[in-house]
Ligand binder design. Structure first.
Ligand SMILES: *[C@@H]1O[C@H](CO)[C@@H](O)[C@H](O)[C@H]1NC(C)=O
Ligand SMILES: *[C@@H]1O[C@H](CO)[C@@H](O)[C@H](O)[C@H]1NC(C)=O
Ligand SMILES: *[C@@H]1O[C@H](CO)[C@@H](O)[C@H](O)[C@H]1NC(C)=O
Ligand SMILES: CC(=O)N[C@H]1CO[C@H](CO)[C@@H](O)[C@@H]1O
Length: 186
């Protein structure tokens, strides 16, 4: 092979190698998930409790209403890998829910999920109605970091509930998130 042909061949193969490396690093840089399942532990402060809760009554109407209408709760719950307080902590979910139905047990929930791990990492927000004691879905309205430009659906499944040793009401929930991303380049 002529020296010039060899040089051109070498340069071309370097170029191809560079392109391959670049495209594979681009693929690896994309940590956007399509589905995630987590478990949440809700614990509402009991009337005499001073510990063990993550949710408090933080607003209510001046006079009591049917169906708790108008009561507002603020929460800061752990997101766990499994349905156990000793399972791996993946992040938090923080927000409020308001009893918002004149008839029935419906709450309007606005909350932001933080995924505090190396990958995927970031926050996303879900807003919508939850029907107490029933499987409920709400839209995912956006996110940050690996969840930037996220849309999707968050489905909440109530698993169990009860009263703990110090009088807090507790409930376990499973959350299934399905994501789609509007910006293909991120
Ligand atoms: C809270 O304490 C008060 C006073 O000791 C008691 O009357 C009430 O029953 C307690 N409430 C609960 C839910 O344990
Ligand atoms: C995320 O993890 C860091 C380091 O462990 C911690 O300081 C921070 O409070 C955590 N944030 C949330 C929202 O869990
Ligand atoms: C607690 O569990 C019962 C029985 O499954 C269910 O009917 C009720 O709606 C649950 N309460 C809450 C607040 O999730
Ligand atoms: C004990 C237990 O249920 N472990 C599960 C926790 O969640 C991971 C991921 O979903 C499962 O692989 C484990 O089996």
């Amino acid at each position: 092979m002529a020296p010039i042909a060899r040089t051109v061949l070498l340069a071309t193969s370097y170029y191809v190698l560079l392109l391959l490396l670049l495209s594979s690093s681009l693929i690896r840089a994309d940590n956007r998930p399509s589905k995630i399942t987590v478990y949440n532990y809700l614990s509402i402060q009991g009337s005499n409790s001073t510990s063990g809760y993550n949710t408090v009554l933080c607003g209510q109407p001046t006079s009591s209403q049917p169906n708790s209408f108008g009561q507002t709760y603020c929460f800061d719950m752990p997101r766990l890998e499994n349905r156990s307080l000793t399972s791996r902590l993946l992040g938090r979910v923080q927000g409020t829910f308001v009893f918002t139905a004149l008839e029935g047990s419906i709450v309007f929930v606005s909350k932001t999920f933080t995924l505090n791990r190396t990958s995927p990492k970031g926050t996303f927000t879900g807003v919508g109605l939850e029907f107490i004691g029933q499987v409920s879905s709400k839209p995912i309205t956006g996110g940050t970091d690996d969840f930037a430009f996220a849309n999707g659906v968050a489905t909440t499944t109530p698993l169990s509930n009860g009263t703990d040793a110090v009088g807090n009401f507790f409930a376990w929930f499973k959350y299934d998130f399905v994501f789609s991303f509007r910006n293909p380049l991120k």
